[in-house]
Structures are given as structure tokens and as C-alpha cells.
Design a protein around this ligand. Structure first.
Ligand code: NAP
Length: 487
């Protein structure tokens, strides 16, 4: 990629607030700098919304709600379909933009664009399949009609780790269902979302249906919206502590709420696993998105008979990865998103070593500039170490061992989180009984990635509630209305 390409894709982004179909500056004209995490240089500045700007965005969403709900489902679907095609057509520019603001290699950004665009296509198809029911009451005297209606104006708060897909998983079903929305992307990565808003507007989304607010006074600007009686739904993807706070704020308005929160995924390798598959799966589950994924394998729980070989093979693959700026040819590992994230990863590794763990490969920050951390494998880490209890969000794979299946399941479930688990075995019965025993919303059997637009994504326990994608995804944006009809 040339410097000219980088400048071109950044300069093409509208950096204002998108409210009621118009781009505007923040009241008072303040801006937030967006950095390139591989150079620590400022890429662009976006509007820094005030409380008043946030309210104006909700005003626009509320004003557009009735008209949008009345729009034929096919029309809503066609807008999403056009947006899917446009995102795919512009995928190279969008991937470069994402890499510049988030750090991951362009190949990974391209994979996210493809994945994120699929939610636009999937929900373009779902928009015309919103159905109700018709039945006879048990005593035969009345007829029971149920119909689905849009929930109403939604607030969507998204994280930086998947700047497009975490948005389209919410925006796609909301548009399909007939809801309007205010979207608040993460402050580190707003550019991709602003580019998506431009695309949706160009594809015919009416003014006010989607509004985008960027702000550095996040809590201060979001709370009045969450407490505004006109808001009907809050959907959040982010960390568990922030999610807990938002659920509390949403209680007053009794909002419909979806929470896609943190994870601490166990990766189980049984004695009868195919180790080729397990190591390939581990590389994906650990290194996809540089480990900055809620679904990232956080704890490798490996049968004692295969742990040494698994650890050695994983370390060899991790050590062979090329680290560098995500825009450079052949780079497989980019920087972490910011200094805070890199320092947290370094702290967790130090704590594991202090607990007696061994660094097999990696274990250091690297590069003169940018927030780089080496792909790392740790063995002999006691499960009391922080790296087993906290979300790592970086390229670090701690390995512990087990002897019996029930011990593996106990270790896997020994966390407040419950998003996803991975298990590797060639025994069907063991796969099924283990999948049933794991306290998670999703399980990957002999595969290191579970995300799929056609599947219900979501967690249990402190990983949240609600599902995104699949036939379940649109239900989060629909209310069921029952009409009783006397004959
Ligand atoms: P975060 O700090 O919770 O931030 C997520 C979003 O919430 C950002 O837009 C942030 O805005 C906003 N926010 C922060 N404080 C807020 C407040 N008081 N009120 C309203 N909004 C607030 O999480 P993150 O570090 O960006 O993302 C990483 C986390 O997301 C990890 O825990 C990861 O597991 C989770 N995640 C979960 C899923 C899933 O589907 N389960 C998917 C991806 C990521 P600012 O950027 O302006 O602070």
C-alpha cells in the first residue's frame, strides 16, 4: 500500500457527527484525534460530541421511527443488499482504513470486511421473513393473532476490536426490523463506522434512520440517552464492567437490552485429539485479530499426555509469525490497539512468570514505535495466575494440563465468563457430552472459529445476554404483539 493510498482513504471519510442525514461539527467544535497504533501518529480528527449533540442524534432517530417502521420490508432489505454490495466493492479501501486505525494486518481487515458485510446480506434476506402466528384459543371461542413490530429507537455502542462487524451485527437487524438508531463507535476506531454510515446513506437509507455520534465524554453523553424515555433499546458490545454499568442505567427505562461482553475462552485438547487440527485451531482461536477478540482462546487446557508436543508445536508456529505494520506485505501480527492494551498484556505475562510459568517463546514488547508485543506461549502456569482469570486481549497462549475429563470441564467452567469454548477430540461422544457440560453460549468442536452470520452469537454468565446473527438476531429488534379476536 502506498502513502498516497493511505492519505486518500483517510481523507475520504466524513469526520463529523452524522445526524438526521447531515454531517455536522460538534457543538463548540471540539475534535478527538484518531491514532495509527503502529506509528503512534495522528491519522485524523473526528467530532467530539457534547450531551446536546447526543440528544440531537436521538431526536433525529425518534423523528424517523414511524416512517421507517412503515417502510415496506422489501425496501428495507434492498437498502441492506445494496450496502452489502457496496461494502464488498470498496473492500480494499475499507480494509486499509481499518488497518490504519486499528492495527491488524490488511489480510485480517479484509476478512473482517467480508464477515461484517455478510450481516448486511443476511439481514437483507431476513427483512422479508418477519412473521407472526395465527391460532385458535383452547376453548375455540377466539382467534389469537401475533404479529412482530420494531422495538423502536435503539442505542448501539460498539468496541474497537472489530470496527465494522460489531456495528453491522446490530445495524443490519435493526434496519431489517424497522428500527432507527444512534450508533456510538469506539473512540480509537471511529473511521470505519463513519465510512459505513456514508455507504448506507448513499444506498438510500432515509435521513435519521442511522445517526452516528463520536465522543470522548462517553459516559456523560451516553447516560442521558439511555435514561431518555424515548429510547426503547440498548445494545452494547464491550467490556463486562462497562456492560454492568449500562444495564443499571437501562433499568429505569426498562429498556430491551442486549449485552455482548467479555470472554475467557477455554481451549480443550483431549488425549485423542488430532494434534494437527488442534494446533491449526489454536493458531486461529488465539491469533485471529491478534488475540484482541472476545472469542480469543484465553486458557489452553491440554491433556497431560499431549501437552508437551502441543505446546512445542504451537510455540514453533507462534515464533514463525512476522510482526510489523499491518499495511506492509507479508505481516501477520500488527500492533495492539494502544499503549494501555500492550502494557496490560506485558503485566499479565510478568504475573504468570512470577507465579512460576515458563516463557517458551515471545514474552516481550518489540519495535521502536507502535504498540507491538511478541506472540507468546507460556507453560507451567498455575491457574491462580491472572492470565487465567482475566481477558488477555493479546497474542499470549498460557497452557495448563489436566488428567481426567471432568477436571478439564471443571477448569473450563471455573470463570465468571461464558462466551465460547473450543474442544478438540476425535471421539464424538466425548465432544457432545463436553459441549453440553460447558457453561458457554457457543462451542467450537475441532475448529478455532465459531463466528458465522447465520449462527446465533452470544454468551451466558458475565459474557452477557442476547444473540447476534442467525434467525435469532432480528428478534432482538422486534416486539411481539398479540391481538385477541372474538368470533
Ligand atoms: P469498552 O471499554 O467496554 O468500550 C466499548 C464501548 O463502550 C466503546 O464504544 C466505549 O467508548 C464505550 N464506553 C466506555 N465507557 C462507557 C460508558 N461509561 N458509557 C457508555 N459507553 C461507554 O470495551 P473495549 O475495550 O472497547 O472492547 C473490548 C471489550 O469488548 C472486551 O471485553 C471484549 O471481550 C468485548 N467484546 C465482546 C464481544 C462480544 O460479542 N461478546 C465482541 C467484541 C468485543 P469509548 O471508546 O469512547 O471509551
Amino acid at each position: 500500500m502506498s502513502v498516497q493510498d493511505e492519505t486518500r482513504v483517510v481523507e475520504a471519510v466524513q469526520t463529523g457527527l452524522f445526524v438526521g442525514g447531515e454531517w455536522r461539527q460538534a457543538t463548540g467544535g471540539r475534535t478527538i484525534d484518531v491514532d495509527d497504533p503502529s506509528t503512534e501518529q495522528v491519522l485524523a480528527s473526528v467530532a467530539d460530541a457534547t450531551v446536546e449533540d447526543g440528544r440531537a442524534a436521538l431526536d433525529a432517530a425518534v423523528a424517523a421511527q414511524a416512517g421507517w417502521a412503515a417502510t415496506p420490508p422489501r425496501d428495507r432489505g434492498e437498502i441492506l443488499r445494496r450496502a452489502f454490495e457496496e461494502v464488498v466493492r470498496r473492500k480494499d479501501d475499507l480494509a486499509l482504513l481499518m488497518t490504519l486505525e486499528m492495527g491488524k494486518p490488511v489480510a485480517e481487515s479484509l476478512a473482517e470486511i467480508t464477515y461484517g458485510a455478510e450481516f448486511l446480506r443476511w439481514f437483507s434476506e431476513e427483512s422479508v421473513r418477519i412473521a407472526g402466528r395465527w391460532s385458535t384459543s383452547p376453548n375455540g371461542a377466539t382467534r389469537l393473532m401475533t404479529t412482530k413490530q420494531p422495538v423502536g429507537p435503539c442505542l448501539m455502542i460498539t468496541p474497537w476490536n472489530f470496527p465494522l462487524a460489531m456495528g453491522t451485527r446490530k445495524i443490519g437487524p435493526a434496519i431489517a426490523a424497522g428500527c432507527t438508531m444512534v450508533v456510538k463507535p469506539a473512540s480509537q476506531t471511529p473511521l470505519t463506522m463513519l465510512a459505513l454510515a456514508q455507504i448506507l446513506a448513499e444506498c438510500g437509507l432515509p435521513d435519521g434512520v442511522l445517526n452516528v455520534v463520536t465522543t470522548s465524554s462517553t459516559g456523560e453523553v451516553m447516560e442521558p440517552l439511555i435514561r431518555d424515555p424515548r429510547l426503547r433499546k440498548l445494545t452494547f458490545t464491550g467490556s463486562t464492567p462497562v456492560g454492568r454499568r449500562l444495564v443499571e442505567q437501562s433499568a429505569q427505562g426498562l429498556l430491551r437490552v442486549s449485552m455482548e461482553l467479555g470472554g475467557n475462552a477455554p481451549f480443550l485438547v483431549f488425549a485423542d485429539a488430532d494434534l494437527d487440527k488442534a494446533v491449526d485451531g489454536a493458531m486461529l482461536a488465539k491469533m485471529r485479530n491478534l488475540g484482541e477478540a472476545c472469542t480469543a482462546a484465553n486458557r489452553f487446557i491440554v491433556h497431560e499426555s499431549v501437552a508437551e508436543e502441543f505446546g512445542a508445536r504451537l510455540a514453533e508456529r507462534m515464533a514463525a509469525l512476522t510482526i510489523g505494520r499491518g499495511t506492509d506485505e507479508g505481516v501477520q501480527v500488527g500492533p495492539l490497539v494502544d499503549a494501555k492494551q500492550r502494557d496490560k498484556v506485558a503485566e499479565l505475562v510478568q504475573d504468570a512468570v512470577d507465579h512460576g510459568g515458563t516463557v517458551v517463546t515471545g514474552g516481550r514488547t518489540t519495535g521502536e514505535r507502535g504498540y507491538f508485543y511478541e506472540p507468546t506461549v507460556l507453560t507451567g502456569v498455575p491457574t491462580q495466575a491472572r492470565v487465567f482469570g482475566e481477558e488477555i486481549f493479546g497474542p499470549v497462549a498460557p497452557i495448563t494440563t489436566f488428567a481426567a475429563d471432568d477436571e478439564a470441564i471443571r477448569l473450563a467452567n471455573d470463570t465468571e465468563y461464558g462466551l465460547v469454548a473450543y474442544l478438540f477430540t476425535e471421539n464424538l461422544s466425548r465432544a457432545l457430552t463436553t459441549a453440553e457440560a460447558l457453561e458457554t453460549g457457543m462451542v467450537g468442536v475441532n475448529q478455532g472459529v465459531v463466528s458465522n452470520p447465520a449462527a446465533p452469537f452470544g454468551g451466558v454468565k458475565a459474557s452477557g445476554f442476547g444473540r447476534e446473527g442467525g434467525v435469532e438476531g432480528i428478534e432482538e429488534y422486534l416486539e411481539t404483539k398479540y391481538v385477541g379476536i372474538a368470533l
